[in-house]
Design a protein around this ligand. Structure first.
Ligand SMILES: Nc1ncnc2c1ncn2[C@@H]1O[C@H](COP(=O)(O)OP(=O)(O)OP(=O)(O)O)[C@@H](O)[C@H]1O
Length: 305
């Protein structure tokens, strides 16, 4: 059963159509909502939470109509907003306890759940320090903790990796995956980076100019290509030369040699060439498309990690 359904959902502001007859169904698991800046991602989330009224169309979230059943719906969802919105002079514990109390959780339970949630997001040691002294990564984790503390069924995470360095990004992405796997919470996570959602999302929805470009499972996007990915322990240059001399089309992508498949015998040619040169074979497998390649040029301004 879909967690979210939209039907011809439209939002017009004075100058801009932020959502343009968007019809999509979103299931449970981790779903990535991808689009360039201004594509309409935040507007969609705000409508799905009942915070912004659509100009036209309908939507359903966890069986509720956000426009008429906002308060009941919001007790079952969590929201991590895009922009920084944290008070500087109180601790993560005080802030998250406050947010838990706002959700109707009794005082003792709110303190317990806050400690558990802050431990889960990796802020347990720092939980009594004022938020004003936190790094960007720690502040993102406080925003994530307040979205989870009332044990929602579904969380909306708006650009959770914004402002993070590569290792901070990786940690945040793994944390998001764990929210779904360990707690069974469905996640709708937005990003303007296709590559990072490909790593954690079961399903990806791509919007452009407020319209649906594509909605597919991640595995459909990343189906096998007509190429082999080859990784060797050493001698990348020599292996490339030998394979090229054998008539194969080879390119280098970081540590990986990408070899165009010219029939099943390509596997043997690669294996024999690597063995003859005395190098080890780390990997020899069909290469999968990356989502960004499928959409090369399709999403204006969208980048890859
Ligand atoms: N309250 C508003 N009043 C007028 N225009 C708005 C308002 N909110 C959003 N817009 C416009 O609607 C369009 C979609 O904005 P939205 O914030 O939903 O995009 P987004 O995909 O979340 O992008 P970003 O990641 O940059 O926030 C943009 O052109 C934006 O300027």
């Amino acid at each position: 059963m879909p967690v979210i359904t939209t039907q011809e959902l439209t939002k017009r502001y004075a100058q801009v159509t932020a959502l343009d007859r968007l019809t999509v169904q979103i299931g449970s698991g981790v779903v990535g909502l991808v689009g360039a800046n201004g594509a309409g991602k935040s507007t969609l989330i705000k409508i799905l939470m009942g915070l912004v009224e659509p100009t036209a169309g309908r939507c359903d979230v966890l069986g509720f109509d956000p426009a008429t059943d906002g308060p009941r719906l919001r007790s079952q969802i969590g929201y991590m907003p895009e922009h920084d919105c944290l008070p500087a002079d109180i601790s993560a514990t005080e802030f998250v306890v406050h947010m838990a109390r706002m959700s109707g959780i009794p005082a003792n339970a709110a303190r317990e759940r806050t400690a558990d949630t802050l431990r889960h997001v990796g802020l347990y040691e720092e939980r009594y320090r004022p938020i004003g002294g936190y790094s960007t990564g720690m502040r993102q984790r406080v925003k994530l903790a307040q979205a989870l503390v009332h044990d929602p069924e579904l969380v909306f995470l708006d650009e959770p990796t914004n402002g993070l360095d590569p290792s901070g990004r990786d940690e945040m992405l793994m944390l998001i995956r764990r929210i779904n796997v360990e707690f069974g919470i469905s996640v709708l996570v937005t990003s303007h980076l296709l590559g990072e959602l490909e790593r954690i999302a079961d399903h990806v929805v791509i919007i452009d100019g407020g319209s649906l470009l594509r909605s597919s499972s991640t595995s459909e996007f990343t189906q096998a290509s007509q190429q082999l990915a080859v990784e060797v322990t050493s001698g990348t240059g020599a292996v490339t030369e030998v394979l090229t001399a054998a008539g194969l089309d080879v390119s280098v992508d970081g540590r990986i040699l990408v070899v165009e498949l010219a029939g099943d015998e390509t596997y043997d040619v690669v294996r024999d060439a690597v063995a003859k040169l005395g190098h080890g074979l780390v990997r020899l497998e069909p290469r999968r498309h990356r989502i960004a390649e499928v959409f090369e040029g399709g999403v204006a301004g969208a980048g890859t990690t």
